[in-house]
Design a protein around this ligand. Structure first.
Ligand SMILES: [Zn+2]
Ligand SMILES: [Zn+2]
Length: 392
Protein backbone atom coordinates (compact mmCIF):
# COMPACT_ATOMS: atom_id res chain seq x y z
CA UNK A 1 0.00 0.00 0.00
CA UNK A 2 1.63 3.27 -1.10
CA UNK A 3 0.73 6.80 -0.02
CA UNK A 4 -2.93 7.05 0.97
CA UNK A 5 -5.00 8.52 -1.88
CA UNK A 6 -6.59 11.29 0.13
CA UNK A 7 -3.20 12.32 1.50
CA UNK A 8 -1.74 12.35 -2.01
CA UNK A 9 -4.61 14.66 -2.95
CA UNK A 10 -3.75 16.84 0.06
CA UNK A 11 -0.06 17.13 -0.91
CA UNK A 12 -0.55 20.49 -2.55
CA UNK A 13 -2.14 22.25 0.41
CA UNK A 14 0.21 20.45 2.83
CA UNK A 15 3.11 22.03 0.93
CA UNK A 16 1.46 25.44 1.26
CA UNK A 17 1.10 24.94 5.02
CA UNK A 18 4.71 23.79 5.35
CA UNK A 19 6.02 26.80 3.42
CA UNK A 20 3.96 29.12 5.60
CA UNK A 21 5.58 27.64 8.73
CA UNK A 22 8.93 27.96 6.98
CA UNK A 23 8.34 31.61 6.22
CA UNK A 24 7.61 32.49 9.85
CA UNK A 25 10.02 30.40 11.96
CA UNK A 26 10.12 30.87 15.73
CA UNK A 27 12.74 29.92 18.33
CA UNK A 28 12.11 27.55 21.24
CA UNK A 29 9.34 28.62 23.63
CA UNK A 30 8.49 31.48 21.26
CA UNK A 31 6.34 29.39 18.90
CA UNK A 32 3.30 31.64 19.46
CA UNK A 33 2.24 32.01 15.85
CA UNK A 34 3.10 28.42 14.96
CA UNK A 35 1.07 26.94 17.80
CA UNK A 36 -1.84 29.30 17.09
CA UNK A 37 -1.93 28.23 13.43
CA UNK A 38 -1.81 24.55 14.45
CA UNK A 39 -4.60 24.96 17.03
CA UNK A 40 -6.79 26.72 14.48
CA UNK A 41 -6.26 23.94 11.96
CA UNK A 42 -7.00 21.16 14.46
CA UNK A 43 -10.22 22.90 15.52
CA UNK A 44 -11.08 23.33 11.85
CA UNK A 45 -10.63 19.59 11.31
CA UNK A 46 -13.26 19.01 14.03
CA UNK A 47 -10.94 17.76 16.79
CA UNK A 48 -12.67 16.76 20.03
CA UNK A 49 -10.37 18.95 22.11
CA UNK A 50 -7.34 21.19 21.64
CA UNK A 51 -5.37 22.24 24.72
CA UNK A 52 -2.78 24.97 24.38
CA UNK A 53 -0.06 26.38 26.61
CA UNK A 54 1.38 23.04 27.73
CA UNK A 55 5.10 23.37 28.50
CA UNK A 56 4.70 27.07 27.64
CA UNK A 57 3.99 27.04 23.89
CA UNK A 58 3.18 23.35 23.34
CA UNK A 59 -0.26 22.03 22.48
CA UNK A 60 -2.11 18.73 22.23
CA UNK A 61 -5.01 17.91 19.93
CA UNK A 62 -7.35 15.13 21.06
CA UNK A 63 -9.13 12.96 18.50
CA UNK A 64 -11.48 10.12 19.37
CA UNK A 65 -12.26 7.24 17.01
CA UNK A 66 -15.66 6.05 15.83
CA UNK A 67 -16.38 4.16 19.03
CA UNK A 68 -15.71 7.14 21.30
CA UNK A 69 -12.83 7.90 23.69
CA UNK A 70 -10.25 5.25 24.58
CA UNK A 71 -8.57 4.73 27.95
CA UNK A 72 -4.77 4.56 28.37
CA UNK A 73 -4.63 1.07 26.80
CA UNK A 74 -6.54 2.36 23.80
CA UNK A 75 -4.68 5.61 23.25
CA UNK A 76 -1.44 6.55 21.51
CA UNK A 77 0.48 9.82 21.16
CA UNK A 78 2.08 11.18 17.99
CA UNK A 79 4.65 13.92 18.44
CA UNK A 80 6.06 16.66 16.21
CA UNK A 81 8.40 19.51 17.14
CA UNK A 82 7.75 23.13 16.13
CA UNK A 83 10.86 25.23 16.84
CA UNK A 84 13.41 26.77 14.48
CA UNK A 85 17.08 27.71 14.86
CA UNK A 86 19.09 30.94 15.17
CA UNK A 87 20.55 30.60 11.67
CA UNK A 88 20.36 33.11 8.80
CA UNK A 89 18.71 31.32 5.87
CA UNK A 90 20.59 31.04 2.56
CA UNK A 91 18.22 28.82 0.56
CA UNK A 92 17.01 31.62 -1.71
CA UNK A 93 13.56 29.99 -1.91
CA UNK A 94 10.50 32.20 -2.45
CA UNK A 95 9.12 31.22 0.97
CA UNK A 96 12.41 31.88 2.82
CA UNK A 97 12.31 33.06 6.42
CA UNK A 98 10.96 36.54 7.06
CA UNK A 99 12.20 36.46 10.66
CA UNK A 100 15.76 37.73 10.35
CA UNK A 101 18.40 35.34 11.68
CA UNK A 102 15.91 32.54 12.38
CA UNK A 103 15.19 29.60 10.10
CA UNK A 104 13.69 26.14 9.97
CA UNK A 105 17.04 24.45 9.35
CA UNK A 106 16.08 21.18 11.04
CA UNK A 107 12.82 20.53 9.20
CA UNK A 108 10.51 20.94 12.16
CA UNK A 109 8.21 22.83 9.78
CA UNK A 110 7.95 19.55 7.86
CA UNK A 111 7.48 17.43 10.99
CA UNK A 112 4.59 19.65 12.08
CA UNK A 113 3.04 19.50 8.62
CA UNK A 114 3.32 15.69 8.34
CA UNK A 115 1.49 15.35 11.65
CA UNK A 116 -1.15 17.87 10.54
CA UNK A 117 -1.63 15.82 7.35
CA UNK A 118 -2.40 12.72 9.41
CA UNK A 119 -4.61 14.78 11.74
CA UNK A 120 -6.67 16.11 8.87
CA UNK A 121 -7.12 12.64 7.35
CA UNK A 122 -7.94 10.85 10.61
CA UNK A 123 -10.37 13.58 11.75
CA UNK A 124 -12.34 12.87 8.60
CA UNK A 125 -12.25 9.05 8.59
CA UNK A 126 -11.99 8.36 12.35
CA UNK A 127 -11.09 4.86 11.17
CA UNK A 128 -9.69 3.76 14.53
CA UNK A 129 -10.98 2.66 17.91
CA UNK A 130 -9.68 4.73 20.83
CA UNK A 131 -7.99 8.11 21.22
CA UNK A 132 -5.05 9.73 19.47
CA UNK A 133 -3.16 12.59 21.08
CA UNK A 134 -1.42 14.86 18.59
CA UNK A 135 1.44 16.46 20.52
CA UNK A 136 3.12 19.56 19.08
CA UNK A 137 6.05 20.38 21.29
CA UNK A 138 8.17 23.52 21.65
CA UNK A 139 11.92 23.96 22.04
CA UNK A 140 13.36 20.67 20.83
CA UNK A 141 16.66 22.23 19.76
CA UNK A 142 18.04 23.19 23.14
CA UNK A 143 15.22 23.95 25.52
CA UNK A 144 14.02 20.46 26.43
CA UNK A 145 10.44 21.19 25.37
CA UNK A 146 9.51 17.51 25.71
CA UNK A 147 10.58 17.53 29.34
CA UNK A 148 8.69 20.79 29.89
CA UNK A 149 5.45 19.26 28.53
CA UNK A 150 5.90 16.11 30.64
CA UNK A 151 6.50 18.22 33.75
CA UNK A 152 3.34 20.11 32.86
CA UNK A 153 1.37 16.87 33.25
CA UNK A 154 1.36 15.64 29.65
CA UNK A 155 0.85 11.96 30.44
CA UNK A 156 -1.57 12.57 33.33
CA UNK A 157 -3.72 14.77 31.13
CA UNK A 158 -3.37 12.59 28.05
CA UNK A 159 -2.83 9.00 29.22
CA UNK A 160 -1.56 6.79 26.43
CA UNK A 161 0.22 3.49 26.02
CA UNK A 162 2.91 4.50 23.50
CA UNK A 163 4.50 7.53 21.82
CA UNK A 164 5.79 7.83 18.27
CA UNK A 165 7.89 10.51 16.62
CA UNK A 166 9.68 11.16 13.35
CA UNK A 167 12.67 13.18 12.10
CA UNK A 168 13.71 13.84 8.54
CA UNK A 169 17.12 12.64 7.42
CA UNK A 170 19.10 14.27 4.60
CA UNK A 171 20.87 11.62 2.50
CA UNK A 172 18.09 9.06 2.92
CA UNK A 173 15.97 9.07 -0.27
CA UNK A 174 12.47 10.57 -0.07
CA UNK A 175 9.94 7.78 0.48
CA UNK A 176 12.30 5.75 2.65
CA UNK A 177 12.30 5.14 6.39
CA UNK A 178 14.93 3.96 8.84
CA UNK A 179 14.96 3.08 12.51
CA UNK A 180 16.42 0.53 14.92
CA UNK A 181 15.75 -1.12 18.26
CA UNK A 182 17.58 0.27 21.30
CA UNK A 183 19.70 3.42 21.58
CA UNK A 184 19.74 5.35 18.29
CA UNK A 185 20.68 8.87 19.38
CA UNK A 186 23.15 9.99 22.03
CA UNK A 187 22.63 11.80 25.29
CA UNK A 188 23.82 15.39 25.11
CA UNK A 189 24.74 18.13 27.47
CA UNK A 190 26.19 21.63 27.46
CA UNK A 191 29.22 22.74 29.43
CA UNK A 192 30.64 26.15 30.28
CA UNK A 193 34.19 26.82 31.42
CA UNK A 194 35.29 30.15 32.87
CA UNK A 195 39.05 30.73 33.02
CA UNK A 196 40.29 33.64 35.08
CA UNK A 197 43.82 35.04 34.98
CA UNK A 198 45.12 38.51 35.60
CA UNK A 199 44.42 41.09 32.94
CA UNK A 200 46.69 43.97 32.06
CA UNK A 201 48.77 45.69 29.39
CA UNK A 202 49.50 43.51 26.39
CA UNK A 203 53.02 44.99 26.24
CA UNK A 204 53.75 43.61 29.71
CA UNK A 205 52.55 40.01 29.66
CA UNK A 206 54.99 39.04 32.42
CA UNK A 207 52.93 41.12 34.84
CA UNK A 208 49.72 39.40 33.72
CA UNK A 209 48.41 35.83 33.84
CA UNK A 210 47.09 35.38 30.30
CA UNK A 211 43.79 33.45 30.25
CA UNK A 212 43.84 33.27 26.44
CA UNK A 213 47.04 31.21 26.32
CA UNK A 214 45.69 29.11 29.19
CA UNK A 215 42.30 28.56 27.49
CA UNK A 216 44.01 27.53 24.26
CA UNK A 217 45.89 24.87 26.23
CA UNK A 218 42.66 23.74 27.89
CA UNK A 219 40.95 23.32 24.50
CA UNK A 220 43.88 21.23 23.26
CA UNK A 221 43.94 19.09 26.38
CA UNK A 222 40.19 18.41 26.31
CA UNK A 223 40.71 16.58 23.02
CA UNK A 224 42.46 13.83 24.92
CA UNK A 225 39.28 12.86 26.80
CA UNK A 226 37.61 11.12 23.86
CA UNK A 227 40.91 10.15 22.25
CA UNK A 228 42.83 8.85 25.28
CA UNK A 229 40.66 8.44 28.37
CA UNK A 230 37.36 6.86 27.26
CA UNK A 231 37.48 3.34 25.81
CA UNK A 232 37.15 3.32 22.02
CA UNK A 233 34.17 0.92 22.35
CA UNK A 234 32.20 3.68 24.12
CA UNK A 235 31.14 6.32 21.60
CA UNK A 236 31.52 9.87 22.89
CA UNK A 237 32.20 13.42 21.71
CA UNK A 238 33.62 16.41 23.57
CA UNK A 239 33.42 19.55 21.41
CA UNK A 240 34.41 23.06 22.44
CA UNK A 241 32.25 25.21 20.20
CA UNK A 242 32.64 28.69 21.70
CA UNK A 243 35.76 30.59 22.76
CA UNK A 244 35.20 34.14 23.98
CA UNK A 245 37.77 36.51 25.45
CA UNK A 246 39.22 39.95 25.01
CA UNK A 247 37.91 43.31 23.78
CA UNK A 248 41.02 45.16 22.62
CA UNK A 249 44.25 44.33 20.81
CA UNK A 250 46.45 45.93 23.47
CA UNK A 251 44.77 44.39 26.52
CA UNK A 252 45.28 40.96 28.04
CA UNK A 253 41.78 40.12 29.33
CA UNK A 254 40.91 39.01 32.81
CA UNK A 255 38.73 36.07 31.77
CA UNK A 256 37.99 33.71 28.89
CA UNK A 257 34.77 31.79 28.52
CA UNK A 258 34.63 28.43 26.73
CA UNK A 259 31.57 26.34 26.10
CA UNK A 260 30.55 23.30 24.13
CA UNK A 261 28.74 20.00 24.12
CA UNK A 262 29.28 16.47 25.39
CA UNK A 263 27.71 13.41 23.71
CA UNK A 264 27.68 9.83 24.98
CA UNK A 265 25.30 6.90 25.33
CA UNK A 266 26.26 5.64 28.76
CA UNK A 267 25.73 7.30 32.14
CA UNK A 268 29.11 6.09 33.45
CA UNK A 269 30.88 7.45 30.38
CA UNK A 270 29.16 10.77 30.99
CA UNK A 271 30.37 10.92 34.55
CA UNK A 272 33.90 9.91 33.49
CA UNK A 273 33.97 12.69 30.87
CA UNK A 274 32.98 15.35 33.39
CA UNK A 275 35.42 14.09 36.01
CA UNK A 276 38.17 14.23 33.41
CA UNK A 277 37.10 17.69 32.28
CA UNK A 278 37.26 18.98 35.87
CA UNK A 279 40.73 17.46 36.31
CA UNK A 280 42.11 18.86 33.05
CA UNK A 281 40.68 22.34 33.57
CA UNK A 282 41.96 22.45 37.14
CA UNK A 283 45.47 21.24 36.38
CA UNK A 284 46.04 23.05 33.08
CA UNK A 285 44.85 26.28 34.66
CA UNK A 286 47.17 25.68 37.62
CA UNK A 287 50.07 25.26 35.21
CA UNK A 288 49.29 28.69 33.79
CA UNK A 289 48.70 30.28 37.21
CA UNK A 290 45.04 30.82 36.30
CA UNK A 291 41.85 29.37 37.76
CA UNK A 292 39.13 27.47 35.92
CA UNK A 293 35.54 26.61 36.79
CA UNK A 294 33.47 23.95 34.96
CA UNK A 295 29.72 24.29 34.90
CA UNK A 296 27.62 21.61 33.17
CA UNK A 297 24.40 19.68 33.15
CA UNK A 298 22.02 22.56 32.41
CA UNK A 299 20.40 21.07 29.33
CA UNK A 300 20.73 17.34 29.55
CA UNK A 301 18.96 15.14 27.01
CA UNK A 302 19.05 11.40 27.75
CA UNK A 303 19.88 8.95 24.96
CA UNK A 304 16.95 8.11 22.68
CA UNK A 305 16.13 4.43 23.17
CA UNK A 306 13.58 2.71 20.93
CA UNK A 307 11.34 0.04 22.45
CA UNK A 308 11.75 -3.35 20.72
CA UNK A 309 8.05 -4.13 20.19
CA UNK A 310 7.11 -0.59 19.13
CA UNK A 311 10.03 -0.49 16.70
CA UNK A 312 9.02 -3.80 15.12
CA UNK A 313 5.51 -2.38 14.78
CA UNK A 314 6.74 0.89 13.20
CA UNK A 315 8.93 -1.04 10.74
CA UNK A 316 5.87 -3.10 9.70
CA UNK A 317 3.76 0.04 9.23
CA UNK A 318 6.52 1.81 7.28
CA UNK A 319 6.96 -1.25 5.02
CA UNK A 320 3.24 -1.29 4.36
CA UNK A 321 3.37 2.37 3.32
CA UNK A 322 6.71 2.53 1.51
CA UNK A 323 7.49 -1.09 0.52
CA UNK A 324 9.87 -3.65 2.03
CA UNK A 325 12.95 -2.30 0.28
CA UNK A 326 12.36 1.27 1.38
CA UNK A 327 12.54 0.58 5.11
CA UNK A 328 15.63 -0.24 7.16
CA UNK A 329 15.54 -1.57 10.70
CA UNK A 330 19.30 -1.10 11.05
CA UNK A 331 19.67 2.67 11.47
CA UNK A 332 23.26 3.31 12.60
CA UNK A 333 23.63 5.10 15.93
CA UNK A 334 24.19 8.85 15.74
CA UNK A 335 25.87 11.22 18.18
CA UNK A 336 23.02 13.64 17.48
CA UNK A 337 20.49 14.01 20.29
CA UNK A 338 16.74 14.44 20.55
CA UNK A 339 14.51 15.35 23.42
CA UNK A 340 12.07 12.69 22.17
CA UNK A 341 14.18 10.67 24.60
CA UNK A 342 12.16 12.12 27.50
CA UNK A 343 8.95 10.51 26.21
CA UNK A 344 10.80 7.22 25.71
CA UNK A 345 11.82 7.28 29.38
CA UNK A 346 8.13 7.36 30.34
CA UNK A 347 6.41 5.24 27.68
CA UNK A 348 7.24 2.52 25.15
CA UNK A 349 8.29 4.65 22.20
CA UNK A 350 9.76 4.59 18.72
CA UNK A 351 11.52 7.34 16.81
CA UNK A 352 11.73 6.90 13.04
CA UNK A 353 13.84 8.64 10.41
CA UNK A 354 12.16 9.66 7.15
CA UNK A 355 14.15 10.40 3.99
CA UNK A 356 14.69 14.03 3.01
CA UNK A 357 16.62 13.15 -0.14
CA UNK A 358 19.63 15.00 -1.45
CA UNK A 359 19.23 18.13 0.68
CA UNK A 360 21.80 20.17 2.57
CA UNK A 361 22.53 18.78 6.00
CA UNK A 362 20.47 19.58 9.10
CA UNK A 363 21.30 22.97 10.70
CA UNK A 364 22.89 24.22 7.46
CA UNK A 365 21.74 27.64 6.14
CA UNK A 366 20.88 26.03 2.78
CA UNK A 367 18.85 23.17 4.28
CA UNK A 368 15.18 22.84 3.36
CA UNK A 369 12.60 20.18 4.17
CA UNK A 370 11.47 18.35 1.01
CA UNK A 371 7.72 18.71 0.54
CA UNK A 372 7.71 15.43 -1.38
CA UNK A 373 8.38 13.68 1.95
CA UNK A 374 5.23 15.04 3.58
CA UNK A 375 2.71 12.56 2.08
CA UNK A 376 4.98 9.67 3.13
CA UNK A 377 5.18 10.86 6.70
CA UNK A 378 1.47 11.69 6.92
CA UNK A 379 0.58 8.25 5.48
CA UNK A 380 2.91 6.57 7.96
CA UNK A 381 1.31 8.30 10.96
CA UNK A 382 -2.16 7.55 9.61
CA UNK A 383 -1.59 3.83 9.05
CA UNK A 384 0.19 3.62 12.40
CA UNK A 385 -2.95 4.86 14.15
CA UNK A 386 -5.27 2.61 12.12
CA UNK A 387 -3.16 -0.42 13.00
CA UNK A 388 -2.35 0.47 16.61
CA UNK A 389 -6.03 1.13 17.38
CA UNK A 390 -7.88 -1.15 14.93
CA UNK A 391 -11.61 -0.99 14.46
CA UNK A 392 -13.21 -4.30 15.35
ZN1 LIG B 1 17.98 20.19 15.03
ZN1 LIG C 1 15.39 18.44 14.62
Amino acid sequence: MPILNSIAAAAEHLAIWRRDFHRFPELGYEEYRTSKVIAEKLRGFGFDDVQEGIGQTGLVGVLHGREGPGDEAKAVMLRADMDALPIREETGVAYASENDGIMHACGHDGHTTMLLGAAEHLAETRAFDGTVYFCFQPAEENGGGADAMIKDGLFERFPCRAVYGMHNQPGLPVGQFSTAVGPILAACDEFFITITGLGGHAAEPHDCRDPIVCAAAVVQSLQSIAARRIAPRDPCVVSVTQFHGGDANNVIPQTVKLSGTVRAFDEDVYRAIYAEMERIVGQVCAAHDCTGVVDGGHVYYPPTVNDAAETAFCVEVAREVAGDNAVSDALPISMGAEDFSFYALKKPACFVMIGNGDSALLHHPKYDFDDAATPWGASFFTRLVERALPLT
